[in-house]
Design a protein around this ligand. Structure first.
Ligand code: ATP
Length: 304
């Protein structure tokens, strides 16, 4: 089928990072995945993906070249456009432009976010209007964290994290993120968790309950990450980062997902700025940037 390009010659999508307010990891399954029970929370660090008509094939342009981000067909944004084109039997002729604001290999699902953005962008550029269930299924085939990036907000994720139940509440939370220069591989962190025998399958209910409480202390007391011990084992200096955040006034700090980004909950935006400044001045080993963000925010969204 020939490529049908929409009246727009380019579409732009913004997509947020996630942190896991709760990450309960169950035992290793026969298919080598772990069952998880996780509470996703979309935060205001975003990637921006533009998809435009281009030469035959899929061309990727990284706006800020970075050794850690693949510039070839293994990039998750390229894989997502390819998957979508195959699904509707189109020969793509597009250029993807990617501007990354989400830390790379930081446990904030930046690659997954780009895959979600690419599905939304391709659907719009090609006028496909695919049903949401189809986009969700394609997203889940690309990776466990990809479906959440489509919706954002807060959601309970079960299975591999791709089965989502939205969690609605009116409260904005304020975060400080200590980003490491060197990433951690998610499979390596899961393997270390298995080695440590640490699959506790922690219960997400306390975090779900705390999300409905306006007092951020309740959420601080409930934050939980079953991968944290493994991330700390592989990257012991994260102990000091977590300690420094609390000393600077955070209500609590956790490793985000598989790490090594550490996420600190602040009582309000002013104190988030204050904590971030103190962490910047501390010049912690391994920390390459300190960012302030809030959540939750909406998922992958077409941008005018
Ligand atoms: P996870 O989703 O497993 O939590 P993460 O947030 O730790 O991942 P990502 O930023 O998604 O980390 O990157 C993990 C790896 O994925 C990178 O090291 C890189 O090799 C690869 N990757 C593929 N596509 C992308 C992309 N669009 N942006 C960033 N990394 C990508």
């Amino acid at each position: 089928m020939p490529l049908t390009v929409s009246s727009r010659s380019a579409v732009r999508v913004r997509v947020p990072a996630k942190i896991n307010l709760h990450l309960g990891v169950g035992p290793l399954r026969e298919d080598n995945f772990h069952d998880v029970a996780t509470v996703f929370h979309a935060v205001s660090l975003v990637d921006e993906l533009t998809l435009e008509a281009g030469p035959p094939g899929i061309t990727l342009v990284l706006e800020q070249p970075d050794d850690r981000v693949p510039a070839d067909s293994t990039n998750l944004a390229v894989r997502a456009v390819r998957k979508l084109a195959d699904h509707v039997n189109l020969e793509p002729a597009v250029t993807i432009r990617l501007r990354k604001g989400i830390p790379v290999a930081g446990g904030m699902a930046g690659g997954s976010a780009d895959a979600a953005a690419a599905l939304i962008a391709g659907d719009a550029l090609w006028n496909l209007a695919l049903p949401p269930e189809t986009i969700h299924r394609l997203a889940a085939e690309l990776g466990s964290d990809v479906p959440f990036a489509l919706y954002g907000g807060d959601a309970l994720g079960t299975g591999r994290g791709e089965q989502l139940t939205p969690l609605t509440h009116p409260y904005r939370r304020h975060w400080v993120l200590a980003v490491a220069g060197e990433g951690l591989s998610t499979p390596a962190v899961y393997a270390e968790t298995d080695r440590l025998g640490g699959t506790r399958a922690s219960d997400p209910d306390p975090v779900i309950k705390a999300l409905g409480d306006p007092n951020p202390d309740a959420l601080a007391g409930a934050l939980c990450n079953d991968l944290q011990d493994a991330a700390l084992s592989l990257r012991p200096e994260l102990h000091d980062v977590l300690e420094a955040g609390k000393t600077a006034g955070a209500l609590h700090g956790i490793v985000s997902g598989s790490g090594p980004t550490c996420a600190f909950l602040a009582p309000d935006p002013e104190r988030a700025e204050h904590i971030a400044n103190r962490l910047r001045i501390a010049g912690l080993p391994g920390v390459s940037a300190v960012r302030v963000a809030h959540g939750s925010v909406e998922g992958a969204t077409l941008w005018p």
